[in-house]
Design a protein around this ligand. Structure first.
Ligand SMILES: [Fe+2]
Length: 235
């Protein structure tokens, strides 16, 4: 895709967590029958977790709904932060880290065109999770490389890194993450079917869509700039 002459290897995004000895990681590729921007929207709005992923990384729907979504525009991206202090840890967190009480949970998402890094995790409540003191807690760092194939199909390359390194735990985290992303895939494909059946229907954003909306605006701006350049070059 695109003009090979314009490719610049220095612009390939780095993901240094893959070579960080404090983390173990696994990766996969899913072929998704849905438009790539549906995947962007899904990942930028983690309020879907309790509805789609109650068996793994979900949690209380009401808590997710009430959690404030803070977004920041970056020079070439969007950052989303959500915090859930003193909350019940979801099943994957308990299985991987053995939490017994309430946790201070975080969700931090960084979008840059077009990949998404998501750092989620938790520490025992009141032990410094929000002061940058997280090594004693549980971290899952997801890398989402979203590659359009056609208007309605997408290559979804992803990896999941975790700092829970005990025997078998990285595989457990990978397996539960893969199960989780299969649930997302099913939703995206159903969304695409609905869109195909009624393509002119207008989409409506709700409050928790703020991160996805900013990502979409950035993508639109980049497409416009590229088209302007092409027109200039042709002139
Ligand atoms: Fe999901």
């Amino acid at each position: 895709m695109g003009d090979p002459a314009l490719a610049d290897e220095n612009l390939i995004p780095r993901h240094p967590i893959h070579s960080d000895p404090r983390f173990a990681w696994r990766s996969a590729h899913f072929a998704v029958n849905g438009n790539w921007q549906l995947l962007v929207e899904n990942l930028m709005d983690l309020s879907h977790l309790p509805y789609i992923h109650p068996k793994t990384i979900g949690g209380n729907p009401e808590l997710h709904f009430k959690t404030k979504t803070e977004t920041t525009r970056l020079p070439n991206g969007v950052r989303v932060v959500r915090r859930m202090p003193s909350s019940t840890p979801p099943p994957t967190y308990v299985a991987a880290r053995g939490f017994e009480g309430l946790v201070d949970r975080w969700q931090e998402i960084e979008f840059e065109p077009v990949l998404i890094r998501i750092h989620t995790g938790a520490c025992d409540a009141g032990t410094g999770a929000y002061d940058g003191n997280r090594d004693h807690g549980f971290s899952m760092i997801g890398f989402h490389g979203i590659t359009p194939e056609t208007a309605t199909t997408t290559h979804y390359f992803w990896s999941i890194s975790t700092n829970a390194l005990q025997n078998g735990i990285p595989d457990l985290v990978y397996q539960q993450t893969a199960d989780t992303f299969r649930e997302d895939q099913e939703v995206l494909e159903l969304q695409q079917e609905r869109i195909n059946a009624d393509p002119d229907r207008i989409m409506i954003d709700i409050a928790s869509d703020v991160g996805a909306r900013q990502a979409k605006q950035l993508i639109r701006r980049l497409i416009r700039e590229e088209q302007d350049r092409e027109i200039e070059n042709a002139a």
